[in-house]
Design a protein around this ligand. Sequence first.
Ligand SMILES: *Cc1c(COP(=O)(O)O)cnc(C)c1O
Length: 340
Amino acid sequence: MKSRFLDFRSDTVTKPTAGMLEAMMSAKVGDDVFGEDETVAALEQKLALMFNMEAGLFCPSGTMTNQIAIKCFTQPMDEVICDQTAHVYRYEIGGIAYHSGASVRLLYGDRGILTPELIEPEINEDNIHYPNSSLVVLENTVNKGGGKCYTLDQIAPIHHLCNIKGLKLHLDGARVFNALVATGDKASAYGKYFDGISICLSKGLGAPVGSVLLGSQDMITKARKIRKAFGGGMRQAGFLAAAGIYALDHHVERLKEDHAHAKALAVALARTGFVKSIMPVETNILIFEVAKGTAQKIVDQLQEKGLHCNTTSASTIRLVTHLGLNQSMIDEAIEIILHL
Ligand SMILES: *Cc1c(COP(=O)(O)O)cnc(C)c1O
């Protein structure tokens, strides 16, 4: 029997639930470029309040929120410090160079997690030869680090270092709600540590489109203008913002289920012969290394049985859990894994 399409490729594949569609259909909208969409404004305010930041800006994608933040916080010839696995560096098409004219200093954290000890020596002295170090970007959770989380205890000393050295601190929080649910940290505590926070609504939260950038009032005023220059000013975007509001009200607590599902898959994988090692699972991302042969071969075999996932290198595979995968689908995936 051929199984259902079990889609573990990414948490971006979710489709709006019936409740979310209803919220979208009944949204009050206006022209947001004219500042007249009350649902967009409500979403921006809701997240700003939640994270104890002054203001928010709704954008079409997480790439756009990150790149706008980087443009706000740098000048051409500046340098951005981030981990070598960072989405802003690897998966945003060299946007740091293209949009901001800045260079990048790559650090090698443990599964993408940076520390003040790693960052401090890489901050340039004032010297005619050196780019000006102006921004540190953290990612929480770390996608390429197998969904590893920063805790606030780890973020606070990085903020302290940036503060005394005069660098801005931006969070690529594409999956920050997964981190909050896993660590038990409070969203409201984030506001005092970050100058910018980028949050995806279209990942684990299950909205079809959208990310929100948070920052100070001044920063968001500047960001709004940069968004327009990037072609990201949207008109009746309240239909999409309504999905985001619905997701924040209904899909945050349930992220725990995705995390439990990812852990159950890891237990199953550990019992098979084709897995060499598994990155400890903290959230909804599971990355494992294959014991022999290529990762692509295992991906093809899994796909043949209905389990869809992707490689992350020649020898590693990523599975991502999300609200489109319920318990019975996870059980089915575990059967496929155990009998591959
Ligand atoms: C998905 C993702 C983004 C943004 O991606 P978009 O597809 O542009 O919304 C940013 N950072 C990380 C870590 C991500 O996983």
